[in-house]
Design a protein around this ligand. Structure first.
Ligand SMILES: [Zn+2]
Length: 355
């Protein structure tokens, strides 16, 4: 078995099962083979500009592991994923993403599942367009650490990893842009908000998904972002996924602001295989984890081990995410648990044109 399922996990699954429709679409998951990641010249790459704890959960996530994860975590439910690769590491060269994209195109075709191309900001618009057509991709995903190495992490803007000429290509095809926003202030960051609005004003046909609710893992990360985005008429088809987010209050605020038709379920697998419960402390998140399960050489401020006894009541990050959405649907004035059909399936099915 890829990972064990405990009696406590089953109990937790029982508590969310009735919410979930028989078919679901996972709008956000990473699929890659370790052998396709370019590890050469790591020392020449810029400083690491991502959090370290996700590496401790899985070294790779080949397509077989993804399907096995769904089988173990959602018995009896048919899950269709929208797949894409993972970051090749800080400031990797454009060529280094090719093996991953080839693998994604191959398994997408073999399994008849939709996929996004993992783009690199130094690729020309022409090259991007050709690659997307050949691989039959639905759009692009990229990541802030592919921005130029000289940029300090806190200064990275959306256009540093999704340059305008690439967004132009996606707009022409009416494709998807899966956006993990940069910057330490996350969703409430005024530069992020201004660029999200600008993207929607300039490129009206592209479908922009703000991943992880704009990394608003704490209520204090939301600020006035939802009001400002809702006040912009060009943003009325802006989409949000809530993967790897476990904050029920942030989800409630999102549902109240945009309603249930623009919210999409994603898993961010393999990371949500992690066993953890997330708490908020001084405006940041801490993942409480079982002792010894995720040994880290460098201390990570986002990880904290609990005692053995407390660890027995820790289940998957994935279930915590869904439990939070369940609570948000119960508390929202603009959505109800019946909307789970749209959030876990219908909205993504319409976006991806899946029956
Ligand atoms: Zn992700």
């Amino acid at each position: 078995m890829l990972f064990p399922i405990t009696a406590y996990d089953r109990e937790e699954y029982e508590s969310i099962k009735e919410l979930l429709p028989p078919k679901m679409i996972d709008i956000h998951c990473h699929v890659w083979r370790n052998s396709d990641i370019d590890k050469s010249g790591d020392e020449n790459k810029g400083p690491r500009r991502t959090v370290t704890w996700p590496d401790l959960v899985a070294a790779e996530n080949p397509i077989e592991d993804l399907f096995e994860t769904y089988r173990l975590m959602f018995p009896g439910i048919e899950v269709t994923p929208l797949i894409f690769g993972t970051t090749g590491g800080s400031s990797s060269a454009p060529e280094s993403m090719k093996p991953q994209n080839r693998y994604i195109a191959k398994v997408s075709k073999e399994h008849g599942i939709p996929a996004l191309y993992y783009s690199h900001p130094r690729q020309s618009a022409e090259e991007l367009e050709v690659a997307i057509k050949i691989g039959n991709f639905r759009g692009i995903k990229s990541y802030l650490d592919l921005s130029p190495a000289y940029l300090p992490e806190k200064e990275i803007r959306i256009y540093d990893f999704f340059p305008p000429e690439q967004l132009e290509v996606i707009d022409r095809m009416g494709g998807i842009v899966m956006l993990h926003i940069p910057r330490p202030c996350r969703l409430r960051d005024p530069v992020n908000i201004a660029q999200i609005i600008e993207i929607k004003q300039r490129w009206k046909k592209l479908r922009l998904i703000i991943a992880h609710i704009g990394r608003a893992y704490c209520v204090s990360d939301v600020g006035d972002a939802l009001e400002r985005l809702c006040a912009c008429p060009d943003c009325d088809d802006l989409l949000f996924d809530f993967c790897a987010n476990t904050n029920a209050e942030v989800m409630r605020q999102l549902l109240d602001a945009v309603g249930p038709k623009r919210v999409l379920w994603g898993t961010d697998l393999p990371i949500t295989r992690m066993r953890m419960r997330r708490i908020e402390e001084n405006g940041t998140y801490i993942n409480l984890v079982p002792p010894g399960m995720y040994p880290s050489e460098v201390p990570d401020p986002h990880l904290r081990e609990v005692c053995e006894e407390e660890a027995e009541k820790i289940t998957f990050f994935m279930y915590e995410e869904i439990k939070a959405m369940k609570q948000a649907l119960e508390n929202s004035k603009n959505a109800s648990p019946e909307d789970a059909c749209d959030i876990f399936y219908g909205n993504a099915a319409r976006l991806l044109e899946i029956e």
